[in-house]
Design a protein around this ligand. Structure first.
Ligand code: TXA
Ligand code: MG
Length: 315
Protein backbone atom coordinates (compact mmCIF):
# COMPACT_ATOMS: atom_id res chain seq x y z
CA UNK A 1 0.00 0.00 0.00
CA UNK A 2 3.08 2.22 0.19
CA UNK A 3 2.81 5.23 -2.09
CA UNK A 4 -0.83 4.48 -2.80
CA UNK A 5 -1.67 8.14 -2.31
CA UNK A 6 1.65 9.41 -3.69
CA UNK A 7 -0.10 12.25 -5.57
CA UNK A 8 -1.68 13.64 -2.38
CA UNK A 9 0.57 16.26 -0.79
CA UNK A 10 0.56 18.11 2.51
CA UNK A 11 0.93 21.83 2.03
CA UNK A 12 4.39 23.40 2.35
CA UNK A 13 6.64 25.81 0.45
CA UNK A 14 7.96 23.09 -1.82
CA UNK A 15 4.53 21.90 -3.00
CA UNK A 16 3.36 25.50 -3.33
CA UNK A 17 6.20 26.16 -5.76
CA UNK A 18 5.61 22.91 -7.65
CA UNK A 19 1.88 23.65 -7.97
CA UNK A 20 2.44 27.22 -9.17
CA UNK A 21 4.91 26.06 -11.82
CA UNK A 22 2.63 23.33 -13.10
CA UNK A 23 -0.44 25.62 -13.23
CA UNK A 24 1.63 28.16 -15.19
CA UNK A 25 2.49 25.45 -17.69
CA UNK A 26 -1.18 24.61 -18.22
CA UNK A 27 -1.40 21.54 -16.01
CA UNK A 28 -4.28 20.93 -13.61
CA UNK A 29 -4.41 20.14 -9.89
CA UNK A 30 -6.91 19.14 -7.19
CA UNK A 31 -7.01 21.93 -4.59
CA UNK A 32 -8.88 22.60 -1.34
CA UNK A 33 -11.42 25.36 -0.85
CA UNK A 34 -13.71 26.05 2.09
CA UNK A 35 -16.79 24.88 0.16
CA UNK A 36 -15.63 21.76 -1.72
CA UNK A 37 -12.39 20.72 -3.43
CA UNK A 38 -11.78 22.12 -6.90
CA UNK A 39 -10.02 21.01 -10.07
CA UNK A 40 -7.89 24.01 -10.98
CA UNK A 41 -6.38 25.18 -14.25
CA UNK A 42 -5.15 28.47 -15.75
CA UNK A 43 -8.33 30.23 -16.92
CA UNK A 44 -6.40 32.13 -19.60
CA UNK A 45 -5.09 28.94 -21.22
CA UNK A 46 -7.43 26.95 -23.45
CA UNK A 47 -5.34 23.79 -23.14
CA UNK A 48 -5.60 23.82 -19.34
CA UNK A 49 -9.36 24.35 -19.39
CA UNK A 50 -9.77 21.63 -22.01
CA UNK A 51 -8.03 19.20 -19.65
CA UNK A 52 -10.53 20.05 -16.92
CA UNK A 53 -13.54 19.38 -19.17
CA UNK A 54 -12.02 16.13 -20.44
CA UNK A 55 -11.01 14.62 -17.13
CA UNK A 56 -14.36 15.51 -15.51
CA UNK A 57 -16.32 14.37 -18.59
CA UNK A 58 -18.13 17.68 -18.27
CA UNK A 59 -20.42 18.88 -21.08
CA UNK A 60 -18.80 21.86 -22.80
CA UNK A 61 -21.94 23.95 -22.46
CA UNK A 62 -21.58 24.03 -18.68
CA UNK A 63 -19.31 26.99 -17.83
CA UNK A 64 -16.72 27.03 -15.03
CA UNK A 65 -16.30 29.39 -12.07
CA UNK A 66 -13.20 31.58 -12.32
CA UNK A 67 -11.37 32.10 -9.00
CA UNK A 68 -9.37 35.19 -8.00
CA UNK A 69 -7.39 36.35 -4.98
CA UNK A 70 -9.11 39.72 -4.66
CA UNK A 71 -11.15 42.42 -6.35
CA UNK A 72 -7.92 44.05 -7.55
CA UNK A 73 -7.41 41.18 -9.99
CA UNK A 74 -10.75 41.17 -11.84
CA UNK A 75 -10.96 44.50 -13.64
CA UNK A 76 -9.65 43.16 -16.88
CA UNK A 77 -12.18 40.34 -17.07
CA UNK A 78 -15.55 41.51 -15.72
CA UNK A 79 -17.77 44.59 -15.61
CA UNK A 80 -18.27 45.65 -12.00
CA UNK A 81 -21.54 47.02 -10.57
CA UNK A 82 -22.77 48.39 -7.22
CA UNK A 83 -24.50 45.21 -6.08
CA UNK A 84 -21.31 43.28 -6.65
CA UNK A 85 -19.25 45.77 -4.62
CA UNK A 86 -21.69 45.62 -1.68
CA UNK A 87 -21.73 41.82 -1.61
CA UNK A 88 -17.97 41.60 -2.10
CA UNK A 89 -17.37 43.86 0.91
CA UNK A 90 -19.67 41.80 3.10
CA UNK A 91 -18.99 38.20 2.08
CA UNK A 92 -15.59 37.92 0.35
CA UNK A 93 -13.40 36.03 0.43
CA UNK A 94 -16.07 33.39 0.92
CA UNK A 95 -18.63 30.94 -0.46
CA UNK A 96 -20.36 33.29 -2.91
CA UNK A 97 -20.08 33.23 -6.72
CA UNK A 98 -21.10 36.21 -8.85
CA UNK A 99 -22.26 36.06 -12.46
CA UNK A 100 -21.20 39.31 -14.14
CA UNK A 101 -20.77 40.58 -17.68
CA UNK A 102 -17.51 39.56 -19.30
CA UNK A 103 -15.41 42.36 -20.77
CA UNK A 104 -14.52 42.29 -24.48
CA UNK A 105 -10.82 42.41 -23.63
CA UNK A 106 -11.03 39.55 -21.12
CA UNK A 107 -8.35 36.91 -21.52
CA UNK A 108 -10.49 34.14 -20.03
CA UNK A 109 -10.73 31.42 -22.64
CA UNK A 110 -14.19 31.20 -24.20
CA UNK A 111 -14.14 27.48 -23.45
CA UNK A 112 -14.24 28.22 -19.68
CA UNK A 113 -17.30 30.44 -20.06
CA UNK A 114 -19.05 28.18 -22.60
CA UNK A 115 -19.11 31.06 -25.12
CA UNK A 116 -21.41 33.09 -22.85
CA UNK A 117 -21.14 36.87 -22.52
CA UNK A 118 -21.05 36.42 -18.77
CA UNK A 119 -18.57 34.96 -16.33
CA UNK A 120 -18.99 33.47 -12.86
CA UNK A 121 -16.30 34.62 -10.42
CA UNK A 122 -15.42 33.65 -6.84
CA UNK A 123 -12.89 34.60 -4.18
CA UNK A 124 -12.33 31.46 -2.09
CA UNK A 125 -11.40 31.77 1.59
CA UNK A 126 -9.36 28.63 2.31
CA UNK A 127 -5.82 29.72 3.12
CA UNK A 128 -4.10 27.22 0.79
CA UNK A 129 -6.00 28.31 -2.31
CA UNK A 130 -5.47 31.97 -1.36
CA UNK A 131 -1.77 31.30 -1.01
CA UNK A 132 -1.66 29.80 -4.49
CA UNK A 133 -3.79 32.55 -6.07
CA UNK A 134 -1.44 35.14 -4.57
CA UNK A 135 1.56 33.60 -6.32
CA UNK A 136 0.13 33.54 -9.85
CA UNK A 137 -0.78 36.27 -12.33
CA UNK A 138 -3.78 34.51 -13.84
CA UNK A 139 -7.12 33.35 -12.36
CA UNK A 140 -8.04 29.70 -11.86
CA UNK A 141 -10.93 28.02 -13.62
CA UNK A 142 -12.06 25.58 -10.96
CA UNK A 143 -15.13 23.36 -10.97
CA UNK A 144 -15.67 20.93 -8.15
CA UNK A 145 -13.12 18.09 -8.37
CA UNK A 146 -15.53 15.25 -9.17
CA UNK A 147 -16.68 13.43 -12.28
CA UNK A 148 -19.52 15.33 -13.91
CA UNK A 149 -22.94 14.67 -12.27
CA UNK A 150 -21.43 13.03 -9.15
CA UNK A 151 -21.23 14.54 -5.66
CA UNK A 152 -18.52 17.07 -4.84
CA UNK A 153 -15.40 16.11 -2.86
CA UNK A 154 -14.81 17.55 0.58
CA UNK A 155 -11.29 16.23 1.11
CA UNK A 156 -8.23 15.11 -0.87
CA UNK A 157 -9.16 11.42 -0.65
CA UNK A 158 -12.59 12.07 -2.20
CA UNK A 159 -10.77 13.73 -5.12
CA UNK A 160 -8.52 10.67 -5.39
CA UNK A 161 -11.61 8.39 -5.47
CA UNK A 162 -12.77 9.95 -8.74
CA UNK A 163 -9.46 10.60 -10.53
CA UNK A 164 -6.87 8.29 -8.94
CA UNK A 165 -3.40 9.00 -10.39
CA UNK A 166 -4.73 10.90 -13.40
CA UNK A 167 -4.00 14.02 -11.34
CA UNK A 168 -0.33 14.62 -10.59
CA UNK A 169 -1.06 16.96 -7.70
CA UNK A 170 -3.83 16.84 -5.10
CA UNK A 171 -3.20 19.10 -2.11
CA UNK A 172 -4.52 17.94 1.25
CA UNK A 173 -6.07 20.91 3.03
CA UNK A 174 -8.25 18.92 5.44
CA UNK A 175 -12.03 18.62 5.29
CA UNK A 176 -13.80 21.52 3.61
CA UNK A 177 -15.38 23.55 6.40
CA UNK A 178 -18.63 24.30 4.55
CA UNK A 179 -19.08 21.06 2.64
CA UNK A 180 -21.42 22.18 -0.16
CA UNK A 181 -20.81 24.37 -3.21
CA UNK A 182 -20.96 28.17 -3.14
CA UNK A 183 -24.14 30.19 -3.60
CA UNK A 184 -24.30 31.40 -7.22
CA UNK A 185 -25.95 34.76 -7.81
CA UNK A 186 -26.62 36.40 -11.17
CA UNK A 187 -25.94 40.15 -10.91
CA UNK A 188 -26.16 41.00 -14.61
CA UNK A 189 -29.76 42.21 -14.20
CA UNK A 190 -31.73 42.40 -10.96
CA UNK A 191 -30.17 39.89 -8.54
CA UNK A 192 -31.22 36.28 -8.85
CA UNK A 193 -29.97 33.19 -7.03
CA UNK A 194 -29.01 30.50 -9.54
CA UNK A 195 -27.71 27.96 -7.01
CA UNK A 196 -28.53 28.13 -3.28
CA UNK A 197 -25.68 27.71 -0.77
CA UNK A 198 -24.74 28.58 2.81
CA UNK A 199 -25.01 32.29 2.13
CA UNK A 200 -28.80 32.53 1.97
CA UNK A 201 -31.00 34.75 -0.15
CA UNK A 202 -32.24 36.57 2.98
CA UNK A 203 -28.67 37.49 3.97
CA UNK A 204 -28.08 38.74 0.43
CA UNK A 205 -31.34 40.71 0.33
CA UNK A 206 -30.46 42.31 3.65
CA UNK A 207 -27.07 43.38 2.35
CA UNK A 208 -28.42 44.74 -0.95
CA UNK A 209 -31.55 46.21 0.65
CA UNK A 210 -33.49 45.08 -2.39
CA UNK A 211 -36.10 42.62 -3.62
CA UNK A 212 -35.13 39.82 -5.96
CA UNK A 213 -36.21 39.46 -9.53
CA UNK A 214 -39.32 37.27 -9.77
CA UNK A 215 -39.14 36.79 -13.50
CA UNK A 216 -37.23 33.78 -14.68
CA UNK A 217 -33.65 34.69 -15.49
CA UNK A 218 -32.77 33.90 -19.09
CA UNK A 219 -29.37 33.17 -17.75
CA UNK A 220 -30.11 30.04 -15.75
CA UNK A 221 -27.10 28.29 -14.32
CA UNK A 222 -26.50 25.68 -17.03
CA UNK A 223 -25.22 23.16 -14.49
CA UNK A 224 -28.49 23.39 -12.60
CA UNK A 225 -30.58 21.92 -15.37
CA UNK A 226 -29.75 18.26 -15.40
CA UNK A 227 -29.22 15.33 -13.12
CA UNK A 228 -26.56 16.22 -10.59
CA UNK A 229 -25.05 15.33 -7.23
CA UNK A 230 -25.45 11.57 -7.80
CA UNK A 231 -23.83 9.57 -4.95
CA UNK A 232 -23.59 6.33 -6.97
CA UNK A 233 -26.74 4.67 -5.56
CA UNK A 234 -30.39 5.70 -5.97
CA UNK A 235 -31.69 8.45 -3.69
CA UNK A 236 -35.36 8.49 -2.74
CA UNK A 237 -36.48 11.87 -1.51
CA UNK A 238 -39.34 12.34 0.94
CA UNK A 239 -39.81 8.69 2.00
CA UNK A 240 -38.75 6.34 4.81
CA UNK A 241 -36.90 3.07 4.05
CA UNK A 242 -38.78 -0.23 4.37
CA UNK A 243 -35.82 -2.42 5.32
CA UNK A 244 -32.34 -2.17 6.81
CA UNK A 245 -30.47 -2.71 3.54
CA UNK A 246 -31.52 0.85 2.77
CA UNK A 247 -29.86 3.81 4.44
CA UNK A 248 -31.95 6.57 5.96
CA UNK A 249 -30.55 10.10 6.17
CA UNK A 250 -32.23 11.95 9.05
CA UNK A 251 -32.00 15.35 10.70
CA UNK A 252 -32.66 16.35 14.32
CA UNK A 253 -32.79 14.75 17.77
CA UNK A 254 -36.00 12.72 17.52
CA UNK A 255 -34.25 9.81 15.79
CA UNK A 256 -32.93 6.83 17.77
CA UNK A 257 -29.76 4.99 16.84
CA UNK A 258 -30.07 2.38 14.08
CA UNK A 259 -27.30 0.87 11.95
CA UNK A 260 -28.92 2.23 8.81
CA UNK A 261 -29.71 5.71 10.17
CA UNK A 262 -27.32 8.56 9.44
CA UNK A 263 -27.96 11.86 11.17
CA UNK A 264 -26.94 15.05 9.34
CA UNK A 265 -27.16 17.00 12.60
CA UNK A 266 -28.47 15.69 15.91
CA UNK A 267 -28.80 19.25 17.19
CA UNK A 268 -30.82 20.20 14.09
CA UNK A 269 -28.21 22.72 12.93
CA UNK A 270 -28.58 23.29 9.17
CA UNK A 271 -24.98 24.45 8.68
CA UNK A 272 -23.70 21.30 10.34
CA UNK A 273 -26.06 19.29 8.11
CA UNK A 274 -24.58 20.91 4.99
CA UNK A 275 -21.05 20.07 6.16
CA UNK A 276 -22.05 16.44 6.72
CA UNK A 277 -24.20 15.90 3.61
CA UNK A 278 -21.65 14.64 1.04
CA UNK A 279 -19.52 13.00 3.72
CA UNK A 280 -22.47 10.90 4.88
CA UNK A 281 -23.53 10.02 1.31
CA UNK A 282 -20.02 8.72 0.63
CA UNK A 283 -19.97 6.70 3.87
CA UNK A 284 -23.34 5.11 3.00
CA UNK A 285 -22.11 4.12 -0.46
CA UNK A 286 -18.87 2.65 0.96
CA UNK A 287 -20.81 0.63 3.54
CA UNK A 288 -22.62 -1.12 0.70
CA UNK A 289 -26.18 0.14 1.18
CA UNK A 290 -28.30 -0.24 -1.95
CA UNK A 291 -30.42 2.88 -1.68
CA UNK A 292 -30.59 6.14 0.25
CA UNK A 293 -33.88 7.41 1.65
CA UNK A 294 -34.10 10.94 2.96
CA UNK A 295 -36.80 13.27 4.23
CA UNK A 296 -37.04 16.91 3.28
CA UNK A 297 -35.18 19.27 5.62
CA UNK A 298 -36.70 22.55 6.86
CA UNK A 299 -36.92 24.68 3.71
CA UNK A 300 -35.24 27.80 5.07
CA UNK A 301 -31.72 29.23 5.03
CA UNK A 302 -29.12 26.53 4.33
CA UNK A 303 -31.95 23.96 4.34
CA UNK A 304 -32.92 25.29 0.91
CA UNK A 305 -29.46 24.50 -0.43
CA UNK A 306 -29.47 20.99 1.07
CA UNK A 307 -32.96 20.18 -0.27
CA UNK A 308 -31.84 21.46 -3.68
CA UNK A 309 -28.90 19.00 -3.73
CA UNK A 310 -31.06 16.11 -2.42
CA UNK A 311 -33.81 16.69 -4.93
CA UNK A 312 -31.30 16.71 -7.79
CA UNK A 313 -29.55 13.63 -6.41
CA UNK A 314 -32.94 11.90 -6.45
CA UNK A 315 -33.59 12.90 -10.04
O1 TXA B 1 -18.02 26.19 -4.24
C1 TXA B 1 -17.86 26.20 -5.45
O2 TXA B 1 -18.46 27.02 -6.19
C2 TXA B 1 -16.91 25.19 -6.07
C3 TXA B 1 -15.49 25.50 -5.59
C4 TXA B 1 -14.45 24.59 -6.18
O3 TXA B 1 -15.18 26.85 -5.85
N1 TXA B 1 -17.00 25.17 -7.49
C5 TXA B 1 -18.08 24.68 -8.14
O4 TXA B 1 -17.97 24.69 -9.52
O5 TXA B 1 -19.07 24.25 -7.58
P1 TXA B 1 -18.94 23.85 -10.48
O6 TXA B 1 -18.35 23.95 -11.82
O7 TXA B 1 -19.09 22.50 -9.93
O8 TXA B 1 -20.28 24.67 -10.47
C6 TXA B 1 -20.33 25.90 -11.14
C7 TXA B 1 -21.75 26.34 -11.34
C8 TXA B 1 -22.46 25.52 -12.39
O9 TXA B 1 -23.80 25.31 -11.99
C9 TXA B 1 -22.37 26.42 -13.61
O10 TXA B 1 -23.39 26.16 -14.53
C10 TXA B 1 -22.50 27.79 -12.98
O11 TXA B 1 -21.75 27.71 -11.80
N2 TXA B 1 -21.94 28.84 -13.85
C11 TXA B 1 -20.65 29.02 -14.22
N3 TXA B 1 -20.52 30.06 -15.06
C12 TXA B 1 -21.76 30.58 -15.23
C13 TXA B 1 -22.31 31.67 -15.98
N4 TXA B 1 -21.53 32.44 -16.73
N5 TXA B 1 -23.63 31.90 -15.90
C14 TXA B 1 -24.42 31.12 -15.13
N6 TXA B 1 -23.97 30.08 -14.40
C15 TXA B 1 -22.67 29.80 -14.45
MG1 MG C 1 -19.79 20.65 -9.56
Amino acid sequence: MKNFYSNIYSFNRKILKKTVISLKKGKIAGLPTETVYGLAGNAYLRKAVLKIFKIKKRPKKNPLIIHYHSIKDINHDVVLNDNFIKLYKKFCPGPLTFVLKKTKRSKITTLATANLRTVAIRFPRHKIIRNILKQIDFPLAMPSANLSSKISPINAFDVFDDFKKKLKIIINGGNSRIGIESTVIDLTESPKILRPGVISSSEIKKCLKCKFSKKKSQLRSPGMLKKHYYPGIPVIFGKKPKNSSHAYIVFGKKYEKHDNYFNLSKKADLKEAATNLYKIMRIIKKKGFKKIFVSKLPNKGVGLAINDRLLKAAN
